[in-house]
Design a protein around this ligand. Structure first.
Ligand code: PLP
Length: 388
């Protein structure tokens, strides 16, 4: 049969030869890297467990904004849809200027990233390599560790204090090879936070051969009076950088948009390792619109505050032990975290097991809408009863 000119892929033929050995050619440290395990997508769980209706599944696994994107961001997304044949503005002119006004910091201090995870990778490109190290809390956001290993840097972890970062221990752990110290503040997954005096104390004593990175993925969920003023360190040109994101408080996780705030000399280094179009045009427009939608952020804070308080009351009444949290998620001690995670999933509730964080007795639950929270607790009561 003559091949159709429209057949793009040739027919697959069985082969008996040994498959090509890519491992032999790969950088030897790559094979040993552990891939990141994200919260499970609703659609995947529905397929796997045979739920006929994916809409019946509740995902409280990735600290997303349960109110959804801001209506203003949605309008911006629709308005930009017809321009998707154009490359985005590689300089992110409008978003950087909007952020500069919002943060009261010059636009040359801001580097947009494809989610704040990409900011962590940029820091790795610029500051890490063999014979360097990072310092992080044992229960801090796991991506710091994954990226450090990708750049062959040593990972130095310090023990937590009441599941929060211990700045004294972190200071003491810094070695001559250390280049980056990470504060996940508030910390994912423990929901704990260091206040401004604790950070000031650390910054007063940190040596000048390290860069201190404040990952503030959830900071906008706190009332402004409770947000530590880390921007001050950057304005003063100190050895500090801040990571922020539109994924959590602003409800735009799917568009992948974050930014690094850094003194200009550092921002220029980060710009050198950035691909020209790392941030997409829809994300840029949506983020700019979301930034000015104060009502949506206020509604998000209110929903999260009420949800946290409701869960706390319920747990108190049940005698269950949770870690007091300041953001839109918390740890709950359930005994066998993996078993409860699996049992909840069968009930159509997706949460997060914590074994990769060395917390196998816990699950992490994102605060959802009132209805989602109630459904989650009802399912939890059922599966906890089964366990005992
Ligand atoms: C969610 C999260 C991020 C990454 O979010 P992006 O979607 O990549 O912006 C970074 N740090 C912490 C602590 C997080 O919880």
């Amino acid at each position: 049969m003559p091949a159709s000119p429209f057949t793009i892929f040739p027919p697959v033929t069985a082969t008996t030869s040994t498959p090509f050995s890519f491992d032999r050619l790969a950088n030897p440290w790559i094979g040993g890297l552990a891939p990141y395990e994200p919260g499970r997508p609703i659609d995947e769980v529905a397929r796997e467990l045979g739920f006929p209706d994916a809409a019946a599944i509740i995902k409280l696994a990735s600290n997303e904004n349960s109110l959804g994107p801001s209506p203003q961001a949605l309008a911006a997304i629709r308005a930009t849809a017809t321009e998707m044949h154009r490359y985005p503005d590689g300089n992110a002119f409008h978003l950087r200027n909007a952020l500069a006004r919002h943060l009261a910091i010059p636009a040359d201090h801001i580097v947009p990233t494809n989610g704040s995870n990409e900011g962590i990778e940029f820091l790795g490109h610029v500051f890490l390599g063999p014979n360097t190290s990072i310092v992080m809390d044992a229960h801090a956001f796991v991506v710091y560790k994954l990226i450090a290993r990708m750049f062959r840097a040593e990972v130095i972890t310090t023990p937590s204090r009441d599941l929060g970062h211990d700045p004294e221990a972190m200071l003491a752990a810094i070695t001559p090879t250390t280049r980056l110290v990470f504060f996940s503040n508030p910390n994912n997954p423990t929901g704990t936070m260091l206040d401004e005096p604790a950070l000031d104390g650390f910054m007063a004593r940190v040596p000048d051969h390290v860069v201190v990175c404040f990952d503030e993925a959830y900071i906008e969920l706190l009332p402004p009076t409770r947000q530590p003023d880390t921007l001050r360190y950057v304005r003063e040109g100190r050895n500090a950088v801040i990571l922020r994101t539109f994924s959590k408080s602003y409800g735009l996780a799917g568009l992948r948009i974050g930014y690094v705030i850094a003194p200009p000399a550092c921002a220029q280094l980060l710009q050198r390792v950035r691909q020209p179009f790392n941030v997409n045009a829809m994300g840029l427009a949506a983020a700019e619109a979301a930034l000015s939608d104060h009502a949506h952020l206020a509604a998000t804070r209110t929903l999260v505050g009420a949800g946290l308080a409701w869960f706390e009351d319920q747990f108190k009444a049940l005698g269950w032990s949770h870690v007091p949290a300041v953001t839109n998620f918390f740890l709950l001690k359930v005994g066998n975290g993996k078993a409860i995670f699996n049992a909840l999933q069968r009930e159509g509730i997706i949460v997060r097991p914590m074994d990769v964080y060395g917390l196998p007795e816990y699950i992490r639950i994102t605060v959802g809408t009132r209805g989602e929270n109630e459904a989650c607790l009802a399912a939890l009561k059922r599966v906890m009863k089964d366990q005992t």
